[in-house]
Design a protein around this ligand. Structure first.
Ligand code: NAD
Ligand code: IPM
Ligand code: MN
Length: 369
């Protein structure tokens, strides 16, 4: 069997703590299931800055470009608050997304039945919730030029960010959303702000045309992004697939994450376009950050990281049964009442990061037997 190559970039804060739990699962799959994962490790974020003075080294960028998939923990933290903007920890993640051309960010928000009461919304609003946010990841205001602070010379400065979208960028992300909708409830809601933004007008037009041309079997709805945020907390189950730009997708996916009980639950996949052999570059990461407030304590929830690895099994290696089993293992462990602090509820047993990882691995082993 050809090797499956994985680059692990644990990063900062709780990133390495969560990654340690995925490493255990990989070791088990290699030792007992002959999965043939070949892993390499690199530094990203503050840890890379401390070692190389850059948020990711050229060597690690090369490794990322060569790997079948990248597993990413989290970056950032107060230790690096004062480092120059160009080499801040988050720049490492943005460079990976840009250079690997990972334009499609899939952020599922699924409410596990056992966690309905951990949501900030009433349980009946989130029970059975299963939505997928498809966030454009390599364009928009994150990367548009000019992006600068200029001195106006009169004691004033001007901060400039530029929102830019070209037709092809909107077409390809809309295509991803429509394709995925066909495997789900066949519904897409596109969110922009066409009432104030020219890029929003174009977004709306291109999504509409793409739908008409190739996906008219899918139900399409448009919503202004602010109203979309409101609808997400009013009646989240109305949505199936949401497609939106880079910045709105960032904000709406944090909102969606809390609906599921904790930011510590949400995985994500960032995918590039398929090459001639049908293979695509990919990076998998939790939606949460480095959680400086709980880092180093061994109490972070590793589920978002483990579920990100499940997405990796599904999207990069077509190991669908394993992905299903790993997700089922997470659900079983939650059903059994085991909880990290962020999702703790009355009558449940509170555990740390490693114990949660061990419990999920044990359930996964049983399901895989
Ligand atoms: P955060 O996601 O790190 O934390 C927000 C809150 O959620 C904190 O109270 C934290 O303790 C909690 N939380 C997050 N993940 C958790 C988990 N797995 N288990 C339990 N609790 C969890 O967001 P923030 O505090 O706004 O940002 C901290 C740093 O992380 C910043 O430097 C930010 O830029 C960075 N960040 C990085 C990424 C990434 O690497 N992909 C994403 C978001 C933020
Ligand atoms: C995310 C994060 C990143 C983003 C940061 C860390 C650059 O918030 O992945 O959601 O804004 O995209
Ligand atoms: Mn974010």
């Amino acid at each position: 069997m050809t090797a499956r190559t994985l680059l692990l970039l644990p990063g900062d804060g709780i990133g390495p703590e969560a990654m340690a739990e995925v490493r255990k699962i990989i070791a088990y799959m290699n030792a007992e299931r002959g999965a043939g994962f070949e892993t390499d490790e690199g530094l990203v974020g503050g840890s890379a800055y401390d070692a190389h003075g850059a948020a990711i080294s050229e060597g690690d960028m090369k490794k990322a470009l060569a790997a079948d998939a990248v597993l990413f923990g989290a970056v950032g933290g107060p230790k690096w608050d004062a480092v120059p903007y160009e080499v801040r920890p988050e720049a490492g993640l943005l460079r990976l997304r840009k250079d690997l051309k990972l334009f499609a960010n899939l952020r599922p928000a699924i409410c596990y039945p056992a966690l309905a009461s951990a949501s900030s919304l009433k349980p009946e609003l989130v029970e059975g919730l299963d939505i997928l946010i498809v966030r454009e990841l390599t364009g928009g205001v994150y990367f548009g030029e000019p992006k600068e602070i200029i001195d106006l010379g009169n004691g004033q400065k001007r901060g400039i960010d530029t929102q830019v979208y070209d037709t092809y960028e909107i077409e390809r992300i809309a295509g991803v959303a429509f394709e995925l909708a066909r495997t789900r409830q066949n519904r897409v809601c596109s969110m922009e702000k066409r009432n104030v933004m020219k890029s929003g007008v174009l977004w709306n037009q291109v999504v509409t045309e793409t739908h008409k041309r190739s996906y008219s079997d899918v139900q399409l709805e448009h919503m202004l992004a602010d109203a979309g945020g409101m609808q997400l907390v009013r009646a989240p189950k109305q949505f199936d697939v949401i497609v939106t730009d880079n910045l709105f997708g960032d904000m709406l996916s944090d909102v969606a994450a809390m609906l599921t009980g904790s930011l510590g639950m949400l995985p994500s996949a960032s995918l590039g376009a398929p090459d001639a052999k049908g293979q695509r570059k990919a990076l998998y990461e939790p939606v949460h950050g480095s959680a400086p407030d709980i880092a180093g304590k061994g109490i972070a929830n590793p589920i978002a990281m483990i579920a990100s690895f499940a997405m990796c099994l599904r999207y990069s290696f077509n190991m669908v049964a394993d992905a299903d089993n790993l997700e089922k293992a997470i659900a079983e462990v939650l059903d059994s009442g085991i909880r990290t602090g962020d999702i703790m509820a009355e009558g449940c047993r509170k555990v740390g990061t490693a114990e949660m990882g061990d419990a999920i691995l044990a359930a996964f082993r049983k399901l895989s037997a």
